[in-house]
Design a binder for this molecule. Structure first.
Ligand SMILES: Cc1ncc(COP(=O)(O)O)c(C=O)c1O
Length: 388
């Protein structure tokens, strides 16, 4: 049979994460590339999921999620941000944030609509916009410092602009956008009647003194924002792929029309596991964040000692490191070299710019055991100066 791939996917390649993880495995490199923990998730959620399986909670969950999950997620939002959320009408459980992002775009982007993406972006966004027939419009964050340059965003808005995809705390740059930045963006969204799809999967990973503010909490934004979460980051179970979306009932209505025919529902016992994690609330959050702050400090120290230029990230589990003191290579070549010759894998952020813009940095992940981070440090100490 002649295979005719749909035009809309013809340019889609393999993600940089798959490429770098495969290279790391082939060369036995310490993998600080792809963003997933190499330590176990909490017994609390794993035991609850195991109990749910043993108790035969193994059939389809309701399409919008287990009511206990919706209630726990709504209660968490209220605890953290002080706004009551209607669990049945405003919370929808999805198979990871990735599903929620695609569903939101398919529900609200018409063919030909423009969607503003802030660079560097999480790499699924442009493909998801194109799958809906939309047109990604790329606006770079301000440099240095990856600032939210709302004047530049405003200049990119046209009568065809339908939505902005926001990510805070932001992968890969580690920014947590400030209230001032978000207020300016919210004012633009209200003025130009734009939808905001706000990817907040790292909302628990914010280091003092920075604070996460969901843009949906700003005046005029609840009715125009779909907020997306991933419990994989918060409970160190990225392979479970349990996410959820929060939005006002009219926006949730469109979202659910797509979700029911996309995955219909999400793994029942794994939802039951996450319910226990969500219920642990502030107690879990305190320990989780303290452990991550220690990992962040350790990796920042290791990278600085190795000779990288590093600013500690405000949020997420990623560090952007300036490597230009080492070699005159672009970031992809540098990451390949680092993986094969030094034995440490990182991600080249040019994959997060539509035109492959090299920002002179590479991204390392610190969702790793101390011993993994230290092993990377030993390789840098042994092999970087010699080759640098
Ligand atoms: C910014 C961002 N959004 C979404 C996702 C995907 O989340 P999930 O694994 O829940 O689909 C990730 C995963 O790395 C991410 O970094």
């Amino acid at each position: 049979m002649a295979v005719h791939m749909a035009d809309r996917i013809r340019d889609v390649g393999v993600t940089i994460f798959s490429e770098m993880s495969a290279l790391a495995a082939k060369h036995g490199a310490v993998n600080l590339g792809q963003g997933f923990p190499d330590f176990p998730g909490p017994a609390l959620v794993k035991d609850a999921a195991a109990r749910a399986i043993a108790a035969d909670h193994n059939q389809y969950a309701p399409t919008n999620g287990l009511p206990a999950f919706q209630q726990a997620a709504a209660a968490e939002w209220e605890r953290r941000y002080g706004r009551a959320v209607d669990p049945a009408r405003e919370v929808t459980v999805t198979s990871g944030a990735t599903e929620a992002l695609l569903v939101a775009v398919l529900a609200y982007v018409q063919p030909g609509d423009e969607v503003i993406l802030l660079e560097p972006y999480y790499d699924s966004y442009p493909v998801q916009v194109r799958l809906a027939g939309g047109v990604p419009v790329f606006v770079r964050l301000g440099m240095p410092g990856f600032t939210l340059d709302v004047e530049r965003i405003a200049a990119a808005v046209t009568p065809r602009t339908r939505a902005i995809m926001l990510n805070t705390p932001a992968n890969p740059c580690g920014r947590v956008f400030t209230e001032q930045e978000l207020r300016a963006l919210a004012a633009l969204a209200c003025q130009r009647d734009l939808l905001v799809i706000s990817d907040e999967v790292y909302d628990r990973l914010v280091f003092a003194p920075h604070r996460h503010l969901p843009i949906a909490m700003l005046p005029g934004m609840w009715d125009r924002t779909i907020t997306i979460h991933s419990t994989g980051k918060t409970f160190s179970v990225t392979g479970w792929k349990i996410g959820y979306a929060l939005a006002a009932p009219p926006l949730t209505d469109g979202f659910r029309r797509v979700h029911q025919f996309c995955t219909f529902t999400t793994a029942t016992p794994l939802q039951a596991g996450i319910v226990e994690g969500l219920r642990a609330g502030a107690d879990y959050e305190r320990v989780f964040l303290a452990e991550y702050a220690a990992r962040r400090d350790l990796l920042v120290d290791i990278l600085r000692r190795a000779g990288f230029g590093v600013d500690a990230p405000e949020g997420t589990y990623f560090v952007m490191a300036d490597y230009r003191g080492f070699r005159g290579m672009n970031d992809l070549a540098f990451c390949r070299w680092l993986t094969t010759e030094v034995g440490v894998a990182a991600i080249p952020p040019s994959a997060f710019f539509h035109d492959g813009h090299p920002c002179g940095m590479v991204r390392f992940c610190f969702a790793k055991k101390d011993e993994t981070l230290r092993a990377a440090g030993e390789r840098f100490a042994a092999r970087l100066p010699r080759l640098g």
